[in-house]
Design a binder for this molecule. Structure first.
Ligand code: SF4
Ligand code: SF4
Length: 323
């Protein structure tokens, strides 16, 4: 395949008189600012650029007449990510926000919980931020979520004990966990494709074991698409480690249980805390976009080795397709 600077597959181009973007000085239609910019930066394609995807590239890709609705941008990302699985034997997934659409659901659960505790002053986004901060702060406690519930009790002046708040939180969550949560689009296909290619698969999650058991035995959406007990070789929950993310313990333990070295693992995460944990474990990390991590997206793009917008892009990497 002849690649272009902008992500177009030149081999498939209808203009046969052109030798391909990287083999010519100037396209037949005139100077190309994307090609010039990319070459001035000494990059082989825009996907290698730290400003990717810039406004200029976006304007080319989404041009009403000549654009391709983001296809070339997606191709650049796939070209950059192609070596993700080279030398790897195991793929270790985070659960919430990475494989399943659940971060928003926990935001709703916490809003309903706060309402029951007598407070309506926090938005779901503010609660997500608060939860992330507090779990990071309490990561070395025996039960960070219990400590988090204690904190919610304090800020709402609730008379309930931390234990009762904790129980109430999971009572509210029950229906969501069993009936509403499902895999993110194409995530189940990613798992099946990796399995077919004999990769070892693990879940390394901060969520508690009881939740993972609900997903495994009671959530029909998950059971029918890629059942956890038949898909994963190792499943680690909050209770399986001393210290939760951003500590890397859960990833190190997953690798040990899978019988592979750190270098043979790739971690897939969606959040800054997860990326920090993968770095702490000294493992390569691919980040998949999740709208609930939007605030950190610049850091996630900059600091992760690979970055995907969705699971369909990971499928392209698994299959080595980049058309
Ligand atoms: S639009 Fe520019 S960068 Fe893209 S293939 Fe054409 S000349 Fe190359
Ligand atoms: S992504 Fe934009 S800034 Fe980066 S090389 Fe391509 S055209 Fe230039």
């Amino acid at each position: 395949m002849i690649k272009s600077r902008c992500g177009i597959n030149c081999t498939k181009c209808r203009f046969e008189e052109c030798a391909g973007c990287v083999n010519i000085n100037e396209p037949f239609w005139g100077r190309c600012s994307v090609k010039e910019c990319c070459e001035a930066k000494n990059l082989s394609h825009c996907g290698e650029c730290e400003d990717f995807p810039c406004e200029l590239l976006m304007s080319f890709s989404y041009d009403e007449n000549e654009g391709d609705n983001g296809k070339r941008i997606s191709n650049c990302r796939i070209w950059k990510n192609r070596d993700m699985l080279h030398g790897k034997k195991a793929v270790i997934f985070d659960m919430d926000g990475t494989l399943i659409d659940s971060v928003g659901i926990w935001n709703t659960v916490d809003r309903l919980l706060m309402n029951k505790l007598g407070s309506d002053e926090y938005t779901e986004n503010e609660l997500q931020k608060l939860r992330d901060e507090k779990l990071k702060e309490y990561s070395s406690y025996a039960s960070p979520y219990l400590k988090y519930c204690e904190y919610l009790g304090i800020i709402t002046n609730s008379a309930m004990s931390p234990e009762d708040i904790h129980t109430l939180r999971y009572d509210i969550a029950d229906d969501y966990l069993k009936n509403i949560i499902c895999y993110k689009p194409y995530a189940d296909e990613v798992l099946r494709s990796l399995k077919e290619k004999n990769y070892l698969l693990a879940i390394a999650s901060t969520t508690k074991r009881a939740n993972l058991e609900i997903y495994t035995y009671h959530n029909k959406n998950i059971i029918t698409h890629a059942p956890i007990d038949k898909t994963f070789d190792v499943v680690l929950a909050r209770e399986d480690v001393e210290t939760i993310k951003p500590d890397g313990e859960v990833f190190v333990k997953a690798a040990e249980m899978l019988g592979v070295s750190k270098e043979e693992c790739i971690v897939i995460e969606d959040s800054l805390v997860g990326l920090m944990a993968a770095k702490d474990a000294r493992m390569d990390c691919a980040v998949i976009y999740d709208k609930y991590s939007d605030e950190d997206s610049h850091i996630l793009r900059r600091d992760s080795k690979y970055y995907f917008m969705d699971h369909s892009e990971i499928i392209s990497v698994i299959n080595h397709g980049d058309e």
